[in-house]
Each structure stands twice: as C-alpha cells, then as structure tokens.
Design a binder for this molecule. Structure first.
Ligand code: ZN
Length: 328
C-alpha cells in the first residue's frame, strides 16, 4: 500500500488531535501542546508549518523528542523505525488518511457521495491524480503547488479524460456542480467548457467545504473555474505570507446564475461575502444581482469591480491585484 507522504506530513495537527492532544494555535502555522512523548504538562512541544504545507515539530523539554515530521513522531511514540512502511501506515491510520488508489479516489465520506449520485454525470472517470499530476498541472496553469495540493485534498480539483484529452474538473464532494476544461487550455468541439449533464448551477463548487468552516470565515465568489483556481492560489500565497484573515473561495458557474441552493444559503448567512465578477456587462449585472441577493440573506456583501475587459485571474497574474488586497 502506498501513501501520499506530502499529505500525511501536512496533517500533524490532525494526528495529535487523534491521540488526544489539545493544540494551542498562535497562528494558523504554529502551535504548541503538551508533549505526548514525555507526557509533560507544559507546552514544550512546538510545531510549525513550512511554506510547502509540511508540519515539523520539536520538544523543548530535552526529553529526547528531537523533532521531525508526523512520521518521526509516530516512530517515537510507538518504537517503530521511521524509515519503515509500517511506521508510515501507522501514522496514516491514526490521522485517517487512506492509501493512494490508482483507480480513483475513495470518497472521504460514503454517505455524502451516495447522496450525490443524482448529480452530475461525468463523461469520464474522475481521478485524484498523483503528485506528478499536480506538479505538471500547477506548472501548466501557473499556479503554486501547495494551492493545487490543497484544492485536490479539499475535493474541489479532479482530473479526467474527455474526448481523449487530459482535463481538469472543478467541483466538490457533493457533485452538484462542476466545470470541465482542458489542461492545455485548448477548446473542445463544443467550446472551452465541456457541457456536463446534471449540473445544478445554483450550487457553487467548493461550497461543500462551507459545512466544516466557522462563521468567521469569509467567502469570495468568483466567476467560473479559472478565476476560482487563481483565487485559490492567491489565498494560499496570502496565508503563507502570514495573512490573518480566513477565507474560502467559491466558484459561480457563469454570470447568469441567479439562485442559490438552500444548503448554501444556510451556510452563507451572517458571513462576509465578496463577489469578484468579470469586468464586463454580464459581470456588472451579476455583481448587482448577487450583492442584493446576499444582503437580503443577511450577508455582509461586497462587490469587487474589475477594470473593463479584465477578470480576476488577469488582475492576479499581472500583479495589479495583490493577494493581500483581495483578502484584506
Ligand atoms: Zn517531550
């Protein structure tokens, strides 16, 4: 059995919580806890998340817990050699990470996935891909690897073949809405976006993650999957640069979406919601309509205005809009 080591190493907090540790976060990227190795009471165990997402720890009590990743911690706690596959498997099991399956992703939650069977009829098998897939995708689309990794892990980015071409899909685990485009940026016979039967446009891909987030988390609604991935990338950069605000980007599939799914309304109420439509006539209409709709739902709605003929991705790629401005 193979495990995604990068994924495992980015889940130290989950591992510690699973063994009963209480974590005291100073920022999103540092926390302390009572050392589970020497079972002390003081907050001697310090952990930091590196820019690539991997967590490293160190115990300052001198207990001999001289640090490393979650795998080294599992090794120390269980007396198994950190270099063995048993140690990796053990750490993954405690954390709740499944082995990599080449034949497609195992749903993290069977119940949710079953409910979704009435949703989109995908035209190919959706796969999670491997580290190689993600690296190539990040490079081709000029996006950062940690952002892509987070998107795949969050279930909002998947890969598939359509018309014999390599494609990516932006969706979420509800499979209510999604958009498929070619990785090389070229068009299908039917246009840039592959038409999928069963898409519910009142659902915003990414919104499945709303259920797990606190009310303090604000929401950025982008127009289409390309802007969405750019926004996701910018958010990852913002957080790695110590940005303190907490945001969740979501994708609206086209400026003409007029209604929101009741499950989304329920989770958006009371949040700050920023809308980033394209700088064109359809975008302006979308901004006005969504601004009013979200305000009437009890959200603090803000509409960002893009210059004429530009969209969010253009503005982020050219550096005219900085991640810290978008997520201020
Ligand atoms: Zn210790």
């Amino acid at each position: 059995m193979k495990y995604d080591l990068y994924l495992l190493k980015s889940h130290l907090p989950e591992y510690l919580r699973a063994i009963g540790c209480e974590l005291n976060f100073k920022h999103d990227t540092t926390f302390t806890t009572a050392c589970p190795i020497h079972r002390g009471e003081k907050q001697n165990f310090h952990a930091t998340q590196k820019p690539d997402g991997v967590w490293v720890w160190h115990c300052f009590s001198g207990c001999g817990g001289d640090g490393g990743t979650v795998i080294d911690l599992h090794s120390r706690l269980n007396g198994v050699d950190a270099k063995t596959s048993d140690c990796i498997k053990g750490a993954a099991e405690v954390t709740g990470i499944s082995p990599i399956e080449e034949t497609g992703p195992k749903p993290r939650n069977h119940h949710r996935e079953e409910k979704a069977k009435s949703g989109i009829r995908w035209s190919g098998e959706l796969i999670k891909g491997t580290e190689q897939t993600w690296k190539a995708f990040a490079q081709k689309r000029k996006l950062s690897f940690p952002a892509i990794h987070a998107a795949v892990h969050g279930g909002i980015l998947r890969f598939l073949r359509v018309e014999g071409k390599q494609c990516f899909a932006v969706t979420d685990e509800t499979h209510r809405a999604g958009e498929v485009r070619r990785i090389d940026g070229k068009e299908f016979y039917c246009g840039k976006v592959y038409g999928l039967p069963g898409v519910d446009k009142s659902w915003l891909p990414g919104a499945a993650l709303l259920r797990e987030t606190k009310l303090e988390k604000s929401v950025l609604i982008c127009e289409g999957s390309t802007d969405f991935l750019a926004a996701f990338d910018a958010y990852s950069k913002y957080r790695r640069a110590d940005g303190e605000q907490s945001w969740l980007p979501l994708a609206a599939l086209g400026a003409s979406c007029k209604h929101l799914h009741p499950d989304i309304i329920k989770h958006l109420k009371g949040r700050t919601v920023r809308i980033a439509p394209d700088g064109d006539e359809a975008g302006e209409k979308m901004g006005n309509h969504w601004g009013e709709m979200l305000s009437s739902m009890g959200c603090l709605a803000e509409v960002l205005e893009m210059p004429k003929g530009r969209d969010l991705r253009d503005m982020l790629e050219s550096g005219e809009l900085k991640p810290e401005e978008l997520y201020s």
